[in-house]
Write a protein that binds this ligand. Structure first.
Ligand code: PLP
Length: 403
C-alpha cells in the first residue's frame, strides 16, 4: 500500500490556532489537581496580572472563561447591555459580521456601518453617527481591531478620539482576538471598556480560554444589564476570582499553559514581540508584491501584522491553492470566508514564529500556486521576503549603532 503519512512537521499557517511552543506543551502536561485547594490561587492570581501587562491596563479587570473568543464576545455584551439597546458596529469581514449577528440574537439593535471588505472601521463615520445620536441611545460601539478574515487592522486610538470628539458616552468594545499579544493594544490609553480575546492566537495556546477585560466604567454598567446570562455572568467570575478561584471547574492544563506562555512573552519583551510581528508581516507583504498579486487589505493603513490575505487572480480558486498546499506540502493556509470564499487564501503569521518558518510557508504557497497554474515565479516570494528581512534587520542594526 502506498504510504499516506505526511512526513515532517505540519506547517500551521492558519491565523489561529497557532503553533504551541514546546515549552507550553510541556507546561500543560500536568496531573489534575484540586481547583479548590489552598495552593490554587498561587497559580491563578499571577495570570490576571500577566494578562493585564499584555493588555496594557492598570485598572481593567481580567476574567478568564473556559470558552473561546465567541464566548468572550457574548460575556461582554450580555453583562453590560439590555435587549433593545442600540449598538453601532462597523462591519467589514466575517468576524465583524458574526459578532453583530451574536448581538442581534441577544435582542440588541445593531446598527451596522457596512464597509468594503479590505478596509476597516472609519472613525469619521463613527463620529458622525454618534453626533447624530443626540439622546445617547447608542450604548456601545463594537470594533474588531484585527479582522482576521481579510487581514485588516483598524485604528482603535482614532475610534476613541472620534467618540470623545462626539462627546458620546457609549462603551467601546474591542475584539482583539487576533491582535492582543501580537499587535500593539492599549486598553487604558485607548479608553477601551471591553477587550475580548481567546487563547489560540497571540497567546500561543490551544483554543479554550475566552478572555475579557473590563474597564471601571463598564463595571459600573453591569448591575443594570438585563440581557440574559448564566454561565457567562461576569459577576459570578469576579466574585470567585477575587480569592483566586472560579465559579466552576477551570481547565487546569490551559491555565498552566497560559502561565508558561505569559512567561515566554515576558522573556522576549512585549515590545519586541510586537516588532517581530511587524517584521514578519513585512516579509509576507514583500512576497505578495513579488508574486504580482495583491492583498485583500486595500491600502497600507489597513495592513495587518498578524495575517495577510492574498487575492488569487481571476479564474482561479483560492481553495485549490489551500488544498494543494495541504495535501502536497503539509502546509495549512487560511481559507477565504463568506464573501471572499475562493477569492483569497490567508497566511497567518502570528504567535511562536520566526523568519525561516515564515519563509517555509511562503515557499509552500508559491509552489502550490504554481502547481494549480497561477503564474508566479518559483522563488520570487521567498527571495523578496529574504531581502525584506535582510534590509529591515540592517536598518535596525544601523539605528541601534547610531544611538
Ligand atoms: N474574532 C476574531 C477577530 C477572530 O479571528 C475569531 C476567530 O478566529 C473570533 C472572533 C472567534 O473566536 P473563536 O473562534 O475563538 O470563538
Amino acid at each position: 500500500m502506498l504510504g499516506t503519512r505526511r512526513t515532517g512537521r505540519n506547517f500551521l499557517f492558519v491565523p489561529g490556532p497557532t503553533n504551541v511552543p514546546d515549552r507550553v506543551l510541556r507546561a500543560m502536561h500536568v496531573a489534575m489537581e484540586d481547583h479548590r485547594s489552598s495552593d490554587f490561587p498561587k497559580l491563578t492570581m499571577p495570570l490576571y496580572e500577566g494578562l493585564k501587562k499584555i493588555l496594557k491596563t492598570r485598572t481593567g479587570q481580567v476574567v478568564i472563561f473556559p470558552a473561546s473568543g465567541t464566548g468572550a464576545w457574548e460575556a461582554a455584551l450580555t453583562n453590560s447591555l439590555s435587549p433593545g439597546d442600540k449598538v453601532l458596529a462597523p462591519r467589514f469581514g466575517q468576524f465583524s459580521h458574526l459578532w453583530s449577528e451574536l448581538a442581534r440574537r441577544h435582542g440588541l439593535e445593531v446598527i451596522n456601518q457596512d464597509e468594503e471588505w479590505g478596509t476597516g472601521a472609519h472613525p469619521e463615520k463613527i463620529e458622525q453617527a454618534l453626533r447624530a445620536d443626540m439622546n445617547h441611545e447608542i450604548k456601545a460601539v463594537l470594533i474588531v481591531h484585527n479582522e482576521t478574515a481579510t487581514g485588516v487592522t483598524s485604528d482603535i486610538a482614532a475610534v476613541r478620539r472620534a467618540m470623545d470628539e462626539a462627546k458620546h458616552p457609549a462603551l467601546l468594545f474591542v475584539d482583539g482576538v487576533s491582535s492582543i499579544g501580537s499587535i500593539d493594544f492599549r486598553f487604558d490609553d485607548w479608553g477601551v471598556d471591553f477587550a475580548i480575546t481567546g487563547s489560540q492566537k497571540g497567546l500561543m495556546l490551544p483554543a479554550g480560554l475566552g478572555i475579557v477585560c473590563i474597564s471601571e466604567k463598564a463595571r459600573g454598567k453591569m448591575a443594570g444589564a438585563a440581557c440574559r446570562k448564566a454561565y457567562f455572568d461576569l459577576g459570578d467570575q469576579i466574585k470567585a476570582n477575587a480569592t483566586g478561584y472560579f465559579p466552576y471547574t477551570p481547565s487546569l492544563p490551559l491555565l498552566y499553559g497560559l502561565r508558561e506562555a505569559l512567561l515566554i512573552l515576558d522573556e522576549e519583551g512585549l515590545e519586541n514581540v510586537i516588532a517581530r510581528h511587524h517584521h514578519l508581516a513585512e516579509g509576507a507583504r514583500a512576497a505578495v508584491k513579488a508574486w504580482g498579486l495583491t492583498t485583500c487589505a486595500k491600502e497600507p493603513k489597513w495592513y495587518s501584522d498578524t495575517v495577510t490575505a492574498i487575492m488569487v487572480p481571476a479564474g482561479f480558486n483560492g481553495a485549490d491553492v489551500i488544498d494543494r498546499a495541504y495535501k502536497r506540502y503539509n502546509l495549512a493556509l487560511g481559507a477565504g470566508l463568506s464573501q471572499v470564499a475562493g477569492k483569497l487564501f490567508r497566511i497567518g503569521h502570528l504567535g511562536d514564529l520566526n523568519e525561516l518558518m515564515l519563509l517555509g510557508a511562503i515557499a509552500g504557497a508559491e509552489m502550490a500556486m504554481n502547481d494549480v497554474g497561477i503564474d508566479v515565479e518559483l522563488g520570487s516570494g521567498v527571495g523578496a521576503a529574504q531581502a525584506q528581512f535582510r534590509a529591515s534587520t540592517k536598518a535596525k542594526v544601523e539605528k541601534v549603532a547610531a544611538e
